[in-house]
Design a protein around this ligand. Structure first.
Ligand code: SF4
Length: 237
């Protein structure tokens, strides 16, 4: 009976014979013994993701049924996985190697599933436990403002987000229709960011409801007001 050999690491593999040259002068070729070299490179799907998510990592965890770990890994780089799992145009799938064989792995659908699965853990268990840092003001609670708030809060900064509209979310709330992004999904993700200690002041337009000078008490200000004006086609009728 043949014995199965498992290599746990490339260093355990024996060197293998390969032919490096042509066979014009030596009929058997130019033989060398070489050991395979393992190179760690960024997978194309990871490289294509604007959020920098560890796609291979979370897909591998999901593959073995470790959904909570997969969700936690996903959320390390992406504070809005439920939003991205529905509204992202998934450039990761366009670069998936599997696409050359049959079709791309359904990364976007898995992201959506993990976000929905992880919603039960999302509130409050990712908080920062170390030294509390300075206060930071963020103007605008769209995806940029919320993401900035999420990462700063995880680093220990005390974050206040000022939002002119009655509800947080910016373009995610007023620009994406509910059939594409249900409002309850957005609420869960915003609540999880607030659970990190982020304060969101709605109905508070900076420059009107609060003066710019009042923001001087903050160590830094991140302006994330977005681009709310759309371009018109200038076609009559
Ligand atoms: S679908 Fe998710 S993983 Fe893919 S590019 Fe968008 S955010 Fe990144």
């Amino acid at each position: 009976m043949s014995k199965q050999i498992d290599f746990r690491d490339v260093s355990q593999m024996p060197s293998v014979a390969i032919s490096l040259g042509d066979m014009l002068w030596n009929k058997t070729g130019s033989w060398r013994y070489m050991r395979p070299k393992y190179e760690d490179k960024t997978p194309p799907c990871n490289a294509a993701c604007p959020a920098g998510v560890d796609i291979v990592g979370f897909m591998n965890l999901a593959r073995v049924g470790e959904f909570e770990k997969a969700w936690r890994l996903l959320r390390e780089e992406n504070p809005l996985p439920g939003v991205c799992g529905r509204a992202c145009f998934h450039p990761c799938e366009g670069r998936c190697n599997r696409g050359e064989f049959d079709e791309a792995v359904a990364i976007n659908s898995m992201e959506r599933f993990l976000a929905d699965y992880g919603a039960r853990f999302a509130k409050g268990d990712l908080g920062y436990k170390g030294k509390v840092r300075q206060k930071v003001a963020i103007v605008g609670s769209g995806p940029a403002g919320l993401s900035c708030a999420y990462f700063l809060a995880k680093m220990g900064y005390r974050v206040t987000v000022f939002e002119a509209l009655p509800q947080a979310g910016g373009i995610l709330r007023v620009g994406i229709p509910p059939y594409r992004l249900p409002k309850d999904v957005l609420e869960v993700e915003i609540a999880a960011i607030e659970a990190l200690g982020v304060k969101i002041e709605t109905n508070c337009r900076v420059g009107e409801d609060i003066k710019f000078e009042q923001l001087k008490e903050y160590a830094a200000i991140f302006i994330a007001v977005g681009v709310h004006k759309s371009k018109r086609l200038n076609i009559s009728g």
